[in-house]
Design a protein around this ligand. Structure first.
Ligand code: ASP
Ligand code: MG
Length: 407
């Protein structure tokens, strides 16, 4: 059966000439099997970082327009080289940048969103039996300028193209061969999942399992794009499919993620009156600081404490804005802790399944790990614990849930 396949290869998969030739062979193989092929590439290796560093050598805060002008060249190099490699193998290929394809994006330099894609030129090339190689991570804004779509956004380019072209599948190749029940470096018995739902994947990705650009998963969900994560070093390995529902019955546990990029802040002795949470969090929102787990104590009738977590990079700014507004908000003091980690268990029907949370807490209790904060949603339970206990806790919880699933 002839299929329309969108494939995306990350930077490490096209890092040098040897890698490019290997990937080219893979693409040509699928093309010879009769499939229509659209391939999205990232810049080679660390190119984007290197280009950013070059710009900073000239100016610490370069013009955002010019920075995007520079960064888009990384992906353009990759696609041109790939087209040459495919030609060498005797197959037809055409590389295109965002202007040539017609990837219209919002005007925010450095973090633009895709508004729409005009697929006509790609469709025509496919009809002429050409393989189409598209530069990821870039768009054109309404002024006709190139913009970039945010770090890691080549995944999003691939999914957007798959949606617009109505592709049968969008395969994302990288050095991560799929989604595991936990990071195998921490939990050696972790298993690769054959499939996972969009929602579970979104939770895993935002929790630090950095395999796929979150906006790519959101877009795949919205447009029902069948996404498959595969290994770019072992092409024949089965990957992980991301789709609507992962199983007929609701699974209890699909994975566990540890996020170490987190700090806890506590605001102590807040005067207990309506609007105190609003005051604290609106100030942080104004500074564009996103907070995650939030806990407010019941208090003693006069004062309350609020604790929450932020990413490390936002810690200083968050403490500063709170301190500056101490009088106005009305609190005693702030404390913080950076030696903490967030550990989340993700799975469909987490909180509707009786006993799931208590099993997690039991596993933590059994290995003597103290819980600082807890939060839960329909498909996720998160605890904040000491960072140096994270690995031990991950192994204990993984084991507990593996047992639960076998019962
Ligand atoms: N080259 C860009 C980056 O490094 C986009 C991508 O790789 O997806 O962020
Ligand atoms: Mg990536």
């Amino acid at each position: 059966m002839t299929m329309l396949i969108v494939q995306k290869y990350g930077g490490t998969s096209v890092a040098d000439a040897g890698c490019i030739m290997r990937v080219a062979e893979r693409i040509v193989q699928s093309h010879r099997a009769g499939h229509k092929m659209v391939v999205v590439l990232s810049a080679q290796g660390d190119t984007t970082d290197i280009l950013t560093a070059k710009a900073r050598e000239i100016a610490p805060d370069p013009s955002k327009r010019e920075l995007d002008m520079l960064l888009v060249t990384g992906e353009q190099q990759a696609v041109a080289l790939m087209a040459m490699a495919i030609h060498k193998l005797g197959a037809p290929a055409l590389s295109m940048n965002a202007v040539q394809v017609g990837i219209e994006a919002t005007s925010l330099y450095g973090n633009a969103r895709i508004r729409r894609i005009r697929p006509e030129r790609i469709t025509r090339a496919l009809e002429l039996n050409s393989i189409v190689i598209v530069a990821g991570f870039q768009g054109v804004n309404r002024y006709g300028d190139m913009t970039t779509l945010g770090r890691g956004a080549s995944d999003t380019t691939a999914v957007a193209l798959a949606a617009v072209l109505g592709a049968d599948v969008c395969e994302i190749y990288s050095d991560v061969s799929g989604i595991f029940t936990a990071d195998p470096r921490i939990v050696p018995v972790a298993r690769k999942l054959p499939c996972i739902s969009y929602d579970e994947m979104l939770e895993l990705a935002s929790m630090g399992a950095q395999v796929l650009h979150n906006r790519a998963v959101e877009m795949a969900k919205r447009h029902r794009v069948k996404l498959v994560l595969r290994s770019s070093s072992r092409f024949d390995d089965e990957g992980t499919e991301i789709r609507e529902e992962s199983t007929m019955e609701k699974l209890l546990f699909s994975g566990l993620a540890v996020d170490r990029d987190v700090a806890r802040i506590s605001v102590m002795g807040l005067v207990d009156r309506p609007g105190l949470a609003y005051h604290v969090f609106s100030l942080l929102a104004k500074e564009k600081i996103s907070v995650d787990i939030i806990l407010q104590t019941a208090g003693n009738g006069q004062t309350k404490d609020i604790s929450f977590t932020v990413a490390h990079e936002h810690l200083d700014a968050a403490l500063k804005v709170l301190e500056t507004n101490r009088e106005q908000i009305g609190f005693d003091m702030t404390t913080y802790d950076t030696q903490v980690a967030k550990l989340s268990v993700i799975g469909a029907g987490m909180t509707t399944n009786y006993g799931v949370a208590s099993s997690m807490f039991e596993a933590l209790y059994d290995c003597g790990v103290n819980i600082h904060l807890i939060s839960s949603s329909e498909i996720k339970i998160t605890v904040l614990i000491d960072e140096n206990a994270a690995d031990r806790a991950a192994r204990a919880i993984h084991e507990k849930f593996t047992q639960l699933m076998q019962d």
